[in-house]
Design a protein around this ligand. Structure first.
Ligand SMILES: Nc1nc2c(c(=O)[nH]1)N=C([C@H](O)[C@@H](O)CO)CN2
Length: 127
């Protein structure tokens, strides 16, 4: 399995359990690794044969920006479901951090992995 990734996507959104957090947008940072197979795109040098990171980034940005959730857990699950459904991704690892949420810590957040890493027929043939 190959991976297309998006690193340190910054989005301002309404997120948090406290009253003040409902009134001010805060920055969250997302990192996403998307399971895919890049070989057909590489062979044909063709964007239509791969997972277009521009399309995923724009969809993720719009989704997070429009959300108004309490927990980063909920946001992570919903982002994962959206990406897997809309982009037909069989496996992903996604982290969301909320820098500055805890002044004692540089960063806090969650990391989730969802789906099953796919082995292509070529992988299986490679042994
Ligand atoms: N596991 C979590 N813990 C906490 C969350 C969260 O979303 N997941 N959120 C908060 C507050 O909103 C916090 O960010 C404010 O400082 C606290 N703990």
């Amino acid at each position: 399995m190959d991976i297309v990734f998006i690193s340190e996507l910054k989005v301002d959104t309404v997120i948090g359990i406290f009253d003040w957090e409902r009134a001010h947008r805060q920055t969250v940072i997302l990192n996403v690794e998307l399971g895919t197979d890049i070989r057909a795109a590489a062979e044909h040098d063709d964007i239509s044969k791969t997972l277009n990171y521009k399309a995923v980034t724009e969809a993720l940005y719009a989704f997070v920006s429009a959300s108004e959730l309490l927990l980063i857990e909920t946001l992570a699950e919903r982002c994962a479901a959206m990406i897997m459904t809309e982009f037909d991704v069989p496996w992903l690892r996604l982290s969301i951090t909320k820098p500055g949420a805890m002044r004692q810590a540089k960063d806090v957040g969650v990391i989730i992995e969802r789906g099953t890493p796919s082995a292509s027929s070529a992988d299986l043939a490679d042994g």
